[in-house]
Each structure stands twice: as C-alpha cells, then as structure tokens.
Design a protein around this ligand. Structure first.
Ligand code: CA
Length: 233
C-alpha cells in the first residue's frame, strides 16, 4: 500500500508542487489548506504515515496544532515546515512533539529524503519489530523502553518522540565512545553528513532537558569539544 502523506499547507502553489512530487515518488498525498481541514482529514480511520505541517496557517498555529495532536495521543510522525529559521521557532516546534523540521525555503530533494527517513524509522519502531523488542535502557533515574516507546524519569513518564528515542538508542549502543555530529546524522537521521549539524545539537539539548538532573551540567550526554558527543550511562 502507498504511504499516506498529509500536507498541511496554505500556499496553494507550494501545496500543489508537493502533491505532484510526492505522488511521483509513490505517495498517496492529501492536501489540507487549513488546520480545520487537517483535523477533519485526520479523522480518516486509515490514518497517515507522515504529516508535513506548515507553521503559519490561516486559522492558527501549526505548532499548537502539533501539541494538540500529541496530547490527544496521535503520534503520527510530523515534519514541520518552518518559515522562520530562528532557533526559537525550531525548538518550539520540536518541543510540541514534531519529529523533524525543515526551514523554508527548502530543497525538494532534501524534503523527500527526510520523509523517507521518517518512514523507515517508523517501521523500525513499530511494535512488530522483534529484534528491538527486549531493549530497555536504564541510566541515572531514567528508564527507557524502546519497544513500548516509553520513558520514565524518577518514575514519572516523559513524553519522547521517535527521533529522540532513535538518537538515544544510538547513544546507548555506542556508550562511552565519542560520536561525531556527522556520524549521528548519517545513522540516526540518515541524511548527508555535510549540513544540518545544528539539528543534532538541538536534539541533544532535548535529551538533556528530558533526562539530566541538571541540563546545564550534563552527566550523561557529554559534549566533547571539536569532536561531538559522548553518552555515559
Ligand atoms: Ca503558511
């Protein structure tokens, strides 16, 4: 079955370009020009594999919409298309539960690669993925169950996205070793290692915020100057 893609975008020209190109890539594409329309489309029991979500829409804010989805228990992977490329805007999107973001204007090839990568990750982390079924990671006061896609710190649940879990899993498998930003981009994001290293930094900040007793003086997710990061369980 074709992967179903929901494009929430009010710029008609951009929306139709995305629809055409993703259709050519083999996706079943639905366009929603407003959040209201997106909400109605999401009631379709078939669901969607990926949502491309613009931030500024005529009837509201894509970031708030994403948070509402997550609060309602909908964890469809969301890629935010942010017009503003300020770090604040990106962090706000990621904190609302988006899995990835791409600032406008973007390269179409880059967007297609990101969406493919999100689909692959979604398949890995599906409950039927047997090889990962028994993986539970414990460090400090944190317990992460990769199969159940849940995390707890001091016994309290922490809301984590798929991408955060994938990054954490890669760190866990390489515990005690310095891993570079480009290695993380290649293995976790599966994108070319030549750019977007700030993406890695933003996600490491998120893991620190979730799991470090004091995010400003990390004990588990260490920066190694000039080299990358090191996870110490
Ligand atoms: Ca817009």
């Amino acid at each position: 079955m074709k992967p179903r893609l929901l494009v929430v975008e009010d710029e008609a020209h951009l929306a139709s370009g995305l629809k055409l190109n993703f259709t050519l890539e083999g996706y079943d594409v639905t366009v929603a020009p407003t959040l209201r329309d997106a909400g109605l489309r999401l009631m379709d029991p078939l669901g969607f594999q990926v949502i491309l979500l613009d931030v500024m829409l005529p009837d509201g804010d894509g970031v708030a919409f994403c948070r509402t989805l997550r609060d309602a228990g909908n964890f469809t992977p969301v890629l935010m298309l942010t017009a503003k490329s300020s770090p604040d805007e990106r962090v706000r999107g990621l904190e609302a539960g988006a899995d990835d973001y791409l600032p406008k204007p973007f390269e179409l090839a880059e967007l297609i690669a990101r969406v493919k990568s999100m689909l692959r990750r979604a398949q890995w982390t599906s409950p039927s993925d047997a090889p990962l079924a028994a993986e539970v990671l414990t460090f400090g006061a944190t317990t992460v169950d990769f199969a159940a896609m849940t995390a707890h710190r001091d016994g309290a649940p922490v809301t984590v996205t798929r991408l955060e879990l994938d990054l954490l899993r890669y760190f866990a498998r390489n515990a005690g070793r310095v891993v570079s930003r480009s290695e993380l981009l290649e293995h976790v994001w599966e994108v070319s290692a030549t750019s977007h290293t700030r993406t890695v930094d933003n996600f490491v900040l998120r893991l620190r915020k979730h799991f470090e007793p004091d995010p400003h003086t990390p004990r588990h997710f260490l920066s190694v100057r000039g080299a990358g990061y090191k996870f110490v369980p």
